[in-house]
Ligand binder design. Structure first.
Ligand code: UD1
Ligand code: MG
Length: 417
């Protein structure tokens, strides 16, 4: 039954309480669950401690299962209260639960079974299908002001618009993929089904981008916590705006983020240097999917990408290794030097033959693995694992601030309103 919802303030307060409870329970649960994963041999060596007395210790792995599960419990309890006031949103919430749950399952099985890469690429896009099915938002993108004349001039389609919207006359057999709204004067480009493809790829990107920007204590969880805070701040800002629909979308996202931040902070406590647990792909996939979910259902996926600047840079820099243009060792995390106690860029042997594309020097040189972690060490010199993590997280905060700047200042130059 529908009743008028309580004021936004008290709803938010309720979600904060759920998030705090999520923190408390997760924090208490992790020391407990880690014994179970250890007993089953789900553990890993801390590669950043090689050559120290603690290097041989088995660190419990895949502990993302604890915050992941508690997060689902938090959301399910939100469903009970939320659906009462926003019955139309119930479908969104349930599909969000299904998608996150599927990724949690996929992540945990990956930690236990080590899926090959192709599975990791395909399955997140499948996991996002329940979301995409109930996505009722617009599939149009706003064209930046300087580019509008590329599409329409004096009320006429330009040749570019004609190519994009081919075939222009809807025939029964083939409708154009992309549409330019003639009334909007080139300001709106309806991507149609391509917009769904983009959202599916967003899910693949968010999950894997966090997972490959990893390898030192606290980085996976720390970056997710900061991105989560940025998303929450964005939601709170947008909730001030007019428009019932907009406000509801951002309230919905804030609800999910508050639970997410609660359980994430608890995990961060245990994963911070020196880590007593590893978060595993379980956590990376779960966190990435949660961001994709709020970005898609909250209708702010492009703003979300602005908070992923370090992950985008790390992905781009990694491309030669990811796409096998250069050899890619199983682990690319920085190398720990026990003599100095500092981390140094890890390397791989690169023969000139492997590097035709990049025109590398003579044979038998060592090249640093192409990750942002190693790049940071190359630029700033060796540092301790903890300092490296703090530096990269500071960069994450800076990037999110730049993201906000682009979203709220620069974009006004290119888009109206
Ligand atoms: C991704 C990266 C890989 C990186 C790894 C580390 C790519 C293509 N893959 O692989 O280069 O080395 O993450 O997370 O970029 N570990 C630590 N300290 C930590 C976290 C992890 O030593 O703080 C080690 C542990 O041995 C742990 C293992 O990394 O067991 C987990 O690696 P896993 O998540 O399975 O690696 P991938 O995600 O496949
Ligand atoms: Mg991983």
């Amino acid at each position: 039954a529908e009743s008028s919802p309580p004021p936004v303030g008290s709803q938010l307060l309720a979600y904060v309480v759920v998030g705090v409870l999520g923190y408390v329970v997760t924090n208490a649960l992790i020391p407990n669950i880690q014994q179970y994963t250890l007993r089953k041999g789900i553990s890993g060596k801390d590669l950043g401690k090689r050559g120290t007395p603690t290097a041989d210790r088995d660190v419990p792995e895949a502990l993302g299962i604890a915050p992941g599960t508690i997060f689902l419990v938090c959301l399910i309890s939100c469903v009970v209260g939320y659906s009462h006031h926003h019955p139309a949103k119930l479908l969104d919430l349930n599909s969000a639960l299904l998608s996150v749950c599927f990724m949690l399952f996929l992540g945990f099985t990956d930690d236990v079974l080590d899926w090959p890469w192709r599975y990791k690429l395909v399955l997140p896009s499948v996991a996002s299908l329940p979301l995409l099915c109930c996505y009722a938002g617009s599939t149009s993108v706003v064209v930046p002001i300087p580019m509008r004349s590329w599409l329409m001039q004096q009320g006429e389609y330009t040749w570019l618009a004609k190519v994009l919207t081919f075939p222009q006359n809807d025939s029964a057999f083939m409708a154009p993929l992309i549409a330019v709204d003639p009334k909007a004067d080139g300001a709106l480009l309806d991507l149609g089904i391509l917009y769904y493809v983009y959202m599916g790829m967003l899910a693949v990107f968010c999950t894997n981008a966090i997972n490959i920007y990893a390898g030192i204590n606290g980085l996976e969880v720390g970056q997710s916590f900061i991105i989560g805070c940025a998303v929450l701040i964005h939601n709170l800002i947008e909730m001030e705006h007019e428009g019932q629909q907009l406000r509801e979308n951002h309230l919905f996202s804030a609800m999910i983020m508050l639970s997410f931040l609660g359980v994430t902070l608890a995990l961060l406590r245990h994963n911070w240097f020196p880590a007593t647990v590893f978060v595993g792909d379980t956590y990376c996939y779960f966190a990435g999917m949660t961001f994709a979910v709020v970005g898609i259902l909250g209708h702010f996926s492009k703003t979300l990408l602005l908070f992923f600047i370090p992950q985008i840079l790390n992905f781009l820099w990694s491309c030669p290794q990811l796409f096998k243009l250069a050899p890619c060792p199983r682990h690319r995390l920085p190398r720990f030097d026990p003599a100095t106690g500092l981390m140094q860029p890890s390397t791989f042997p690169c023969k000139a033959a492997d590097f035709k594309l990049l025109k590398r020097q003579p044979d038998d040189t060592e090249c640093a693995n192409m990750t942002l972690l190693n790049l940071c060490l190359q630029l700033l010199g060796p540092m301790s694992e903890r300092d490296l993590c703090v530096t990269l997280l500071a960069f994450q905060i800076l990037s999110c601030a730049v993201g906000f700047g682009i979203r709220y200042r620069v974009s006004q130059l290119f888009f109206d309103g």
